[in-house]
Design a protein around this ligand. Structure first.
Ligand SMILES: O=C(O)[C@@H](O)C(=O)CO
Ligand SMILES: [Mg+2]
Length: 261
């Protein structure tokens, strides 16, 4: 049976951030995730997490000026120091929240930049971060993201993610496989997942088009959930979608997967 994690950067947007924790627990999620916890002190987040009774599945390492349009800094040559300081901050938060996974957002390709140099920087940063995370008992992940939603994003395909993993050469670096992004970029969702399953530590879901709830578009999620079970995936399934009309109201798709008392 799939285990669902509520992505609080997408769900429960009508509630203040810390109130989303208990709302997710009431709706039957087992864990939560979000882009980053850094706007709040870690003690406050830990308290909200404890009150909710949920697990902290994952969050991203600091990803630059998100509101200003940045989408990660890990491939940017002039941001290496900032990236590495961010890894320390992320590990500090993750330790306080008993969170065992951190995701790295690669960044946008700056105009005129040399792609090989950016890849070199990303590989160096991931070598550094995967060791720091391993020391703290945390898995490090990278996520390919579709180029329609984020034009110019550095990492958009699984073959590129595989090459990065190979080049980093760490047994503590994994792929975050977001079915929505991969439907847009590649299709062939389950064969690709099956081939890469030992390198995938976290999956995320949303339907396409629209990035709304499962069942609102072209992706056959009942089939995908059955395949995740059949293939022995036992990680969290991150619900990273834009609810069409209210988070709780739109959770009907989850009913077949709720544990029966
Ligand atoms: O898919 C996404 O958008 C996220 O998983 C993320 O963390 C960065 O955009
Ligand atoms: Mg995602």
């Amino acid at each position: 049976m799939p285990k669902f994690s509520a992505n609080l950067s997408f769900l429960y947007q009508d509630l203040p951030f810390l109130d989303r924790f208990v709302a997710a627990a009431k709706d039957g999620f087992g864990a939560l995730e979000y882009l980053g916890p850094y706007a709040e002190p870690k003690e406050k987040i830990a308290e909200a997490l404890t009150s909710s009774g949920l697990k902290q599945a994952l969050f991203n390492t600091p990803s630059g000026d998100w509101a200003g349009g940045e989408r990660g800094i890990a491939c940017l040559p002039d941001r290496v120091e900032e990236f590495r300081a961010g890894v320390a901050q992320a590990i500090d938060y993750a330790t306080a929240l008993s969170c065992r996974q951190l995701n790295v957002i690669s960044g946008l390709v700056p105009a005129g930049a040399d792609f090989d140099i950016l890849e070199e920087v990303l590989v160096g940063n991931l070598k550094y971060a995967s060791v720091r995370c391993a020391d703290a008992g945390i898995r490090l992940l990278i996520e390919p993201i579709n180029l329609r939603d984020i034009p110019g994003f550095f990492l958009s395909r699984t073959d590129h993610a595989e090459r990065i993993l190979d080049r980093v050469g760490s047994d503590n670096l994994y792929i975050q496989y977001d079915f929505y992004h991969m439907q847009i970029m590649q299709g062939d969702l389950i064969p690709t997942f099956a081939r890469l399953k030992d390198r995938i530590a976290h999956v995320q879901i949303a339907d396409n088009p629209g990035r709304n709830e499962p069942g609102t578009g072209e992706i056959n999620y009942p089939f995908i959930f059955a395949e995740l079970d059949r293939l022995g995936y036992d990680g969290w399934v991150g619900c990273e979608y834009k609810p069409k009309s209210g988070t709780s109201e739109g959770l009907g798709w989850m009913n077949p997967y709720r544990k029966r008392a």
